[in-house]
Design a protein around this ligand. Structure first.
Ligand code: BES
Ligand code: ZN
Length: 635
């Protein structure tokens, strides 16, 4: 490929002279430099030369040291030598301690291979270059993860509700390389087998087949993934877990404290799967379970195949935050089945998923609920787009030269979803559903680019319907902002809330008159979001006295309330906020809360003090975001 010259990491795409670099741990004398030069390829966030040599299957054998916070063992990679003359295998690694690289031989011996670790390239880590003799199609790497691995969070007993240690992974977008040396790109899929040994009082689960329903006396667990998946879907967790069955092919794992409430909250799970199947065709993964993580989990949910990971902050007691479960389930089609080949195409993954999430919610709870969710999303998107530079505001994002984290904005999610809404609006439901089902069948278990989707759309939909043009499609894909022909969702129920808010703010309605008992959680959220910068501590106290918002057990409502509490410096809210920040590490909440505090003339020092105390319980991703929000020096 040609070496690009734009953007920050000139170094990222530039040639790395590996022979001379620090990470050199090989057992071989220095080789001619040519053999060790690496540059990133079609996926700019991976060093792996997957067009030449491709991993097809991996076998992982690991011990989980819950005290040292280390995974240690070996991985064996089965290779497809796409170009048999290509003389090497390049893997992505970050912070791994590589001990040995060998080729297993039929007599049980291991033939040592020459290898080098390249220079650290920011969050991309270091390429591991392994020279491949002719005919070698199996490589074994003995290694350990670092206690600081970005893709793992280790909690000690005093940090969990069970009193037992806990560990979980978060591999998306490019953190699998912090716990396994592999081709860490969504463009490559592999099947895998895993053996993990954990302390006998803990249980291991994976986003794979073979999850146990109870602890196993030996502490050894075996998993098998027969469907090929990209590395960002590799997922493991270890803890004091219980299992509760929900339906025939669904259930939930959680620490004992959460298991009962979780099973109740998620009792519609089996029904959701049925709806998904009706909409988009066969569920191809066997089981679908949920794993409730400790509240430090940095996301709402992660669509790990067969076993989505979720935050306990969606357990509201009334099923009102299940859109998130619909979302992760929908990824079983959009994303896990058909994946973006690089992170610039993330909208193929998240945008389709938000559209499907909405369709599942509508089928389950009716059109009105789906509409309210859509309006919340639209408003959020419009606000975010105002501060988004052009290159990051089109569906195909200009993220090649940035950290792939930055791809996860409202643009791929919500703009992607409203693109599909627009198609639906133009061609009708039946037609888009038929198109989507065929699309999933056609590209099942593949990783594709926007251009591939575009071609398929043109042939199978646009050319058959006058209501669509490629010009309009391209405006969605390649132009910033929302096209003027986008269809904005509307909700009468929200308009009624707007009226009440206005009258209450003007003093024309008493707090007690607000018909809030009839409001949905989404109407409540709409009410609270619309109060941004319009209150003082006195009016906060009035609302609190009437609706006990500081005590809300609904974390979405509570989050909005805490934001208003910061704006008004409402004391009871600030007290609740301290406890909240010490408990919850979900970035969607912690990042804006810390940023809002940093923005006040009184809150930054207070926030830093709370952060320092909360930090040991936070995930590396939560720490990174909070430190940026508070503008404190990163390690
Ligand atoms: N795949 C994402 C989780 C994720 C986000 C991983 C950013 C890496 C970087 C997951 O499907 C997701 O989108 N989760 C959302 C919830 C959803 C309802 C929008 C979340 O965690 O908030
Ligand atoms: Zn998602």
């Amino acid at each position: 490929m040609t070496v690009k010259t734009k953007g920050w990491p000139l170094a990222l795409l530039s040639i790395l002279l590996l022979a001379a670099c620090q990470g050199d741990r090989s057992n071989e004398p220095l080789e001619p430099a040519e053999e060790w030069k690496v540059q990133t390829g079609a996926d700019p966030h991976s060093f792996s030369e997957y067009e030449k040599v491709r991993v097809g299957h991996l076998r992982l054998d690991l011990d989980a040291d819950m005290d040292a916070h280390v995974l240690s063992g070996h991985v064996t990679l089965d290779l497809e030598r796409v170009d048999p003359d290509h003389p090497r295998l390049v893997l992505d690694t970050r912070g791994l301690d590589i001990r040995d690289v060998t080729a297993p031989e039929s007599d049980g011996n291991h033939r040592p291979l020459s290898w080098r670790l390249g220079e650290q390239e920011g969050s991309l880590g270091q390429p591991l270059v392994i020279l491949l003799p002719d005919g070698i199609d199996e490589v074994r790497i003995d290694y350990s993860s670092s206690p600081e691995a970005f893709g793992l969070q280790w909690l000690d007993g005093e940090q969990t509700s069970s009193g037992k240690p806990f560990m979980f992974s978060q591999s998306q977008p490019h953190y699998a390389r912090t716990w396994v040396p592999l081709q860490d790109t969504p463009a490559v899929r592999y099947t895998f087998d895993v053996t993990v040994r954990v302390p006998e009082d803990l249980m291991a689960v994976m986003g794979a087949g073979g999850n146990p329903v109870e602890r196993n006396a030996s502490g050894e667990y075996n998993f098998h993934m027969p469907q090929p998946v990209p590395s960002y879907l590799m997922a493991i967790a270890v803890g004091d877990l219980r299992f509760a069955e929900i339906g025939e092919r669904s259930g939930v794992y959680a620490e004992p404290e959460w298991i009962e409430a979780a099973a109740e909250e998620f009792d519609v799970l089996e029904e959701m799967i049925d709806i998904g199947v009706d909409l988009y065709g066969e569920y191809r993964w066997g089981r679908y379970d949920l794993l409730v993580l400790p509240p430090s989990f940095p996301f709402g949910g992660m669509e790990n195949p067969r076993l989505s990971f979720v935050t306990p902050t969606i357990i509201a007691g009334d099923g009102s935050l299940l859109a998130l479960v619909a979302h992760e389930l929908a990824h079983s089609w959009s994303g896990n089945l058909v994946t973006n080949a690089a992170w610039r195409d993330l909208w193929l993954n998240e945008g389709f998923t938000v559209y499907f999430e909405s369709r599942i919610m509508e089928a389950l709870y009716g059109e009105e609920v789906a509409r309210q969710l859509a309006v919340l999303e639209w408003e959020d998107l419009v606000e975010e787009l105002e501060g988004t530079e052009d290159g990051m505001a089109s569906l195909v994002m200009d993220v090649d030269e940035r950290d792939p984290e930055q791809a996860f904005s409202s643009v791929p999610y919500s703009k992607g979803r409203f693109f599909l809404d627009w198609i639906e609006h133009r061609v009708g439901r039946e037609t888009i559903d038929e198109f989507l089902r065929a699309y999933f069948d056609h590209f099942a278990f593949q990783s594709i680019s926007t251009e591939t989707f575009r071609g398929y759309l043109e042939t199978n939909l646009v050319s058959k319907h006058d209501a669509l043009t490629m010009e309009a499609v391209d405006q969605w894909l390649y132009e910033p902002g929302l096209p003027e022909f986008a269809v904005a969702p509307e909700s009468d129920a929200f308009e009624r809330v707007d009226d009440w808010r206005k009258r209450w703010l003007a003093g024309d309605a008493e707090t007690g008159e607000l018909p809030a008992d009839e409001w949905s959680v989404y109407q409540w959220l709409h009410f609270l979001i619309g109060l941004e910068d319009k209150l003082d501590a006195e009016r906060m106290a009035e609302l609190d006295a009437a609706f006990a918002l500081t005590e809300s057990g609904n974390y979405e409502i509570l989050f909005q309330w805490l934001m208003r509490s910061i704006e008004t410096r409402y004391e009871p809210g600030i007290e609740r906020l301290e406890a909240f920040l010490l408990e919850v590490g979900r970035n969607k909440f912690t990042r804006p809360l810390y940023a809002a505090l940093a923005d006040t003339d009184w809150g930054r020092e207070w926030a830093i003090d709370v952060y320092e105390r909360a930090r040991p319980g936070y995930h590396p991703l939560t720490r990174q975001a909070a430190e940026r929000a508070l503008d404190i020096d990163q390690e």
